[in-house]
Design a protein around this ligand. Structure first.
Ligand code: RTP
Length: 148
């Protein structure tokens, strides 16, 4: 079953959106496989966002991610990478549809509350980076009510 890496960024934590975000993924039917509350340091944030290192906003992005604790999670389910991105909404919250997390709770691209892996291979890399000891294996008892 597909897995994705989701991070609630420092603004999402500070604004008390952790429960709301977890609720949205749970209600959709996805399963939570790993969760930790963590302060990341600069080298770690730079590694996570290595693909963006040439972007002009890279330094500000890293400063933002290290500015407070984040919630790192692994969610599992059919199509969770792409559908997780739909639940999150467009990168720029002003372009995110109402009903999405960023569409409902954010305004500025530099304070957009949440990160979600953009492809299955980046999800695999990000899960390995954030959860090097692996994740818990379990199956929800609701499985047969969610999947045909
Ligand atoms: P994320 O990785 O956080 O899920 O975001 P994304 O794929 O939707 O967007 P990406 O292009 O990978 O950018 C990563 C994060 O960088 C910040 N950003 N700031 N100031 C800017 O122009 C700008 N552009 C991007 C955002 O926090 C974005 O989520």
């Amino acid at each position: 079953m597909e897995q994705t890496f989701i991070m609630i960024k420092p603004d999402g934590v500070q604004r008390g959106l952790v429960g709301e975000i977890i609720c949205r993924f749970e209600k959709k039917g996805f399963s939570l496989k790993a969760l930790k509350f963590v302060n990341v340091d600069r080298p770690f944030a730079e590694k996570h966002y290595a693909d963006l290192s040439a972007k002009p906003f890279f330094n500000g992005l890293v400063e933002y991610i290290v500015s407070g604790p984040v919630v790192a999670m692994v969610w599992e389910g059919k199509g969770v990478v792409a559908t997780g991105r739909k639940l999150i909404g467009a990168t720029n919250p002003l372009a995110s549809e109402p009903g999405t997390i960023r569409g409902d709770f954010a305004i500025d691209i530099g304070r957009n509350v949440i990160h979600g892996s953009d492809a299955v291979d980046s999800a695999t890399k990000e899960i390995a980076l954030w959860f090097p000891d692996g994740v818990v294996h379990w199956q929800s008892s609701l499985h047969s009510w969610i999947y045909e």
